[in-house]
Design a protein around this ligand. Sequence first.
Ligand SMILES: NC(=O)c1ccc[n+]([C@@H]2O[C@H](COP(=O)([O-])OP(=O)(O)OC[C@H]3O[C@@H](n4cnc5c(N)ncnc54)[C@H](O)[C@@H]3O)[C@@H](O)[C@H]2O)c1
Length: 260
Amino acid sequence: MSRFDGKVAIITGAASGIGKEIALRFAAEGGIPVIADLNLEAATATASEIKGKGSDALAIAMNVVDEDAVNKGVADVMAKYGRIDVLVSNAGIQIVKPVVDFAFADWKKMLAIHLDGAFLTTKACLKPMYAAKSGSIVYMGSVHSKEASKLKAPYVTAKHGLIGLCKVVAKEGAEFNVRANVVCPGFVRTPLVDKQIPEQAKELGISEADVIKNVMLKETVDGQFTTTDDVADAVLFFAGARSNALTGQSMVVSHGWFMQ
Ligand SMILES: NC(=O)c1ccc[n+]([C@@H]2O[C@H](COP(=O)([O-])OP(=O)(O)OC[C@H]3O[C@@H](n4cnc5c(N)ncnc54)[C@H](O)[C@@H]3O)[C@@H](O)[C@H]2O)c1
């Protein structure tokens, strides 16, 4: 018997990077991951990869900032499986610029994807979770939920905000046996990070190697990137918590960058 046998998890942004790894690992432990992503083609490829290993998986098109799309996606999952045990609110993007140059439209886009997306998916999933008197929500925070870096004003703001949302959901959800927690990774080599290495090098006027060594990994204990597997371990740990002892919390997974 595996930890997540028969359980259903909606994982946003699971067509790529960290979310994809969480979906693969959830399936490997008996669960059915729903790959909810803006990019349906890539989501379908991830679902096919999982099915190829003998597990069930479902790909759905979902823009997390579109309330109707979120509600439809959750309704479709309920119609097909009749349960939502876990929500991993993971979809995200990065835009780097100093505050003085940050376009207001980009600020709003960042807050929308990271915060509106978390709110809308949480709201939609809480209804079936409350009805079932069971559920676990994991938000993809960041070391930037607790620490700041130059060039990342809306990202740092939104990631700090997720901790507030998590704490409220933990309090409101407790009587329904619904838990909420945040995983806070350090830098992970995904497309999101690969894209920002040259962008940060340009903005800071340093080489790409210096961005990696002296910006991204400078404060780690060993100069190592965190891996998607490391993050999935933490997410599944929270997702599988069996009582309200573990709720309203946030855990940093970062090779020691930002010790609490
Ligand atoms: N990579 C890192 O170093 C790192 C560190 C800490 C936290 N995070 C967080 O992890 C999460 C995943 O990042 P990643 O590095 O795997 O990125 P990624 O770019 O590999 O994957 C992000 C996925 O989200 C999807 N997506 C983007 N906007 C969406 C939207 N509006 N609706 C639905 N899906 C959408 C993309 O299509 C993509 O599949 C993000 O929230 C990110 O902030 C990443």
